[in-house]
Design a protein around this ligand. Sequence first.
Ligand code: GLA
Length: 383
Amino acid sequence: MSQAFINTFQQLYAAQPEGLSSAPGRVNLIGEFTDYNLGYVFPAALNFRTQVLFRARTDQQMVVHSQNYPGESDRFSLQDPITPGPSQWGNYIRAMVYVLQQAGFTLTGADLLIDSDVPQGAGLSSSAALEVAIGGAFNQLSGLALTPAQIALFGQQAENQFMNCQCGIMDQMISAQATAGHALLLDCATLATRAVAIPPELALVIVNSNYPRKLVDSEYNGRRQDCEQAAAIMGVSTLRDASMDLLQQHQNAMTAQQYKRAHHVISENARVLATVDALQQSDMTQLRLLMQASHQSLRDDFEVTVPATDGLVEICQTALGSKGAVRMTGGGFGGAIICLCAQQDVVLVEQAVAAHYQARFGLKADVYVCQAGAGLTVQTFAA
Ligand code: GLA
C-alpha cells in the first residue's frame, strides 16, 4: 500500500484511516460454469488486488471514493432503504450493505477509499474482489465476526440479489480464501476446499483479449437457466448429480441446447479433478489435453467463447506447442485466456500475441504474468 493512498484518504476525510482491507481478483485454471451447478472449480487468486481504506463514522452515513474513478463518489444513509445509486461501482458497496442488513446485521457508517489494480472487464473478477474487500472492511468496522467463507457468500448474494447477476460462488470464495502459491479445489456443493501447490517453475500467463463484452449478464443468466432445466428433465436437483449415462438416457426429452449445456458441465467436472492430479504431477501433456478439451467444450457446447478468444487460444497454443496448456478463463463472451507454461517460455506467448493477435482481430491484447496470491487480508492501524 502506498503512502499516496493514505494521503488521499486524509485529504478526502480529514482523518486517518483505521484499517485496510484487501482482496484479490482471480484466474480460473479449470472448472467453468460448474459452480452454480454445484460442481468443482479450480481457481487461483491473482497478485492484483482491490484495497479499501476504512474508518468508522458516527452519523449512519456510508461515504465512498475510488482512486480508479476520481471525481465520482457515492454517499447514502444506512437508515434509508438501500436502492441502486448513480455510480456503477458504488452499487457494489450498496449491494453488500443491502445483503448484510437483510441478514439482520447492524452496520456502522464508514468513510471508504478504494484502489484496485485488478483489470476490469477482463473476466478476472474485479467485482468479487471489491465485494470481498468491502465485506472485510464491514466485518472489522461493525464487529460482525464473519468467517472468510461467510463474507464470500454475502458477496455472491450481493450479485444475485442486488446486481442482477446469477453467478455462482467461485469468484468470491477464492478471493476470500486463497493461499499464496496455491490454486484452490473447491467443491461448490459442500464448500470444502483443498489448496494445491502450483509448481514454482510454472507461470500463470493471462492474456486479456480486450474484446468488448456485451449483454454478458443476460447471456450468463440464460446459460444458468438452461442448466437448471436440463437437471430438472433428468430428475436431479443439480447437474452435479448427473452422469453422462443419465444425460444420454434423457437426450430425446431435451432441446439440443439444453443437452449441450449439460454435456459441458458434466464433462467439465471430471476435467477439474483430473487437472488437480495433473498439476500435482507437473504433467504438462495431461494439463494441455484437459485445458484444450475444456476450451472446446466452452466453445462448442456452452457457446461462451468469441472468435477473439478462440483465436488467442490458438495463437498461444501454437506458440507453446507441447510446452504449455491454454484455454479461455472466467465468464466468457470475451475476457481473458490463461496459459500455463514454464517461466522461460512466457516470452513465446508474448512474441506470438504481439505478432498475430492485433493483425487478425484489430484489438490489442494485454499480457499479465502472475503469481498465485493470497486471499482476503484485513489489518488495523495503531491509533
Ligand atoms: C463468472 C461467475 C462465476 C462462474 C464463472 C464461470 O466469473 O461470477 O460464478 O460461474 O463466471 O465459471
